[in-house]
Design a protein around this ligand. Structure first.
Ligand code: EPZ
Length: 421
């Protein structure tokens, strides 16, 4: 298992680009199961989660080639409708194959995703929606067994905004018989990317970019090409890396409208932010970090996937701030590791109360999940002395060689390969 060794105190300066969005690719890839033939997904990030999804699709009979961020998926010979536990346990997004397999082949057997580092992540909204569309859903021996001769259009409303449930049911609806209306649909850019790809495949979807999606089922869809949007979470992570090191960074290939909430909070914290058509500049030179509260929310609110990174940033603020996560109430595994770096944070229910300190001191810290490890890297960039971030395989799930991007901006960060740490 690799680790990072970071020598803190270097200001990040310069330009970098983000990769394609992990959470867009993980929806676009299973969407190709709805069509017959070869689809090409451009700007696909080379991430462990993408390789995990490729392996799962291969298990279903999908052939693929992947180089230079161009992923070709050939769905001509799909011959298996079972997503086994050994794949799904590695990545919850595997549940995205449920909707496409069921609506196209009438059967799907998908392992229940199981737990996650930070608490329960139910999929009741996915299953209730499919049942409303006429699916017979059975939970047996840790698997979802879903059957439906033909799904029927239905009126579906989500009690909470859910990215995954919106994506899964959108994919189920495009080949269902009749009209499906999904209310309280997620507005995340990754879902828009998916919906637009489905339309290119021949799906009939109205209301894209709104919380009400109306889908007219069609008989079949054609393979198509898609351009994966840039990763707004990676961009938010790098913007905060610039802020916490009091540097000045330009991120290219990113649409600022994907990060409005993060940009506004960076400005509240004292950063100067300049926006361009497809770039964002953050200037944090000489700032005193203002304590700035955040409360996460579905898009366009402050993303929960940037919450841990913001917590690291606020640990060096000039006062007390509160970070509340309304999406995942217990996503605070990173706090105890930040405290080992000298942060002064207390978690109360679904909020972290952060008393800013004048400095963090490097130490050995352990990654527990993807965004927690990003948070520890950011803290290490700002801490005095050396920080060792262990088990960076968590990080490799969602960031494509982030150490190279940070190094190109002046960070002193080195990946040490192998061995059990
Ligand atoms: C997606 O997960 C992302 N993953 C997550 O990113 C992200 O944190 C999350 O959306 C929220 O933005 C992918 O897109 C692959 P949800 P998802 O369904 O779809 C509750 C990362 O770091 N809920 O939008 O699983 C749920 O408990 C990952 O890249 C139900 O109650 O999230 C949560 O409170 C981590 N029942 C809220 O909805 C359900 O059936 C939002 O979850 C489904 C969800």
């Amino acid at each position: 298992m690799d680790k990072f060794i970071i020598t803190g105190g270097k200001k990040l300066e310069g330009k970098t680009q983000v990769s394609g969005a992990k959470n867009a690719s993980l929806a676009l890839m299973p969407a190709t199961l709805l069509s017959y033939g070869k689809s090409t997904l451009f700007n696909t990030p080379e991430l462990n989660d993408v390789f995990t999804m490729i392996k799962l699709l291969k298990h279903l009979g999908v052939e693929s080639t992947f180089s230079n961020s161009v992923l070709e998926l050939n769905t001509t010979n799909i011959n298996n409708y079972v997503a086994p536990y050994e794949h799904v346990k590695k990545m919850r997004a595997s549940v995205y194959v449920l909707g496409p397999l069921l609506t196209r082949f009438g059967y799907a057997k998908v392992s229940l995703p199981g737990g996650c580092a930070w608490g329960p992540r139910p999929i009741n909204l996915h299953l209730e929606g499919l049942k409303k569309m006429g699916a017979d859903i059975e939970l047996t021996e840790g698997y979802i067994v879903a059957k439906a001769k033909k799904l029927n259009g239905a009126k579906i409303i989500f009690d909470v905004s859910s990215v995954g449930a919106t994506g899964n049911l959108l994919m189920a609806a495009v080949l269902a018989k009749g009209t499906t209306v999904i209310s309280n649909a997620a507005l995340e850019p990754e879902i828009i990317n998916l919906a637009e790809f489905l339309v290119k495949m021949g799906a009939k979807i109205e209301g894209i970019n709104t919380t009400t999606l109306t889908i007219e089922g069609v008989d079949s869809l054609q393979a198509a090409n898609a351009e994966t949007i840039s990763d707004r979470i990676e961009a938010g992570t790098i913007l905060i890396a610039a802020a916490i090191t009091k540097g000045k960074v330009v991120i290219e290939k990113i649409d600022p409208k994907y990060l409005n909430a993060v940009i506004l909070k960076l400005e509240d914290s004292g950063c100067k932010v300049k926006l361009y058509d497809h770039a964002i500049e953050v200037d944090a030179q000489e700032i005193m970090i203002n304590p700035t509260n955040i409360s996460t929310a579905p898009f366009p609110g402050f993303p929960t996937d940037v919450q841990a990174q913001w917590t690291a940033y606020m640990s060096l603020a000039n006062g007390v701030s509160t970070v509340t996560d309304t999406v995942y109430l217990d996503r605070f595994m990173h706090v105890s590791e930040l405290v080992r770096l000298g942060a002064d944070i207390v978690v109360k229910e679904n909020s972290a109360v952060i008393k800013g300190v004048s400095k963090l001191k490097g130490a050995k810290v352990m990654s527990t999940d993807l965004r927690a490890s990003a948070c520890l890297v950011l803290a290490g960039l700002a801490a005095e002395g050396n920080t060792e971030v262990l088990r960076v395989y968590h990080l490799d799930r969602g960031y494509q060689r982030i150490e190279e991007k940070l190094m190109s901006l002046g960070a002193s960060i080195e990946r040490v390969e192998g061995k059990e740490y």
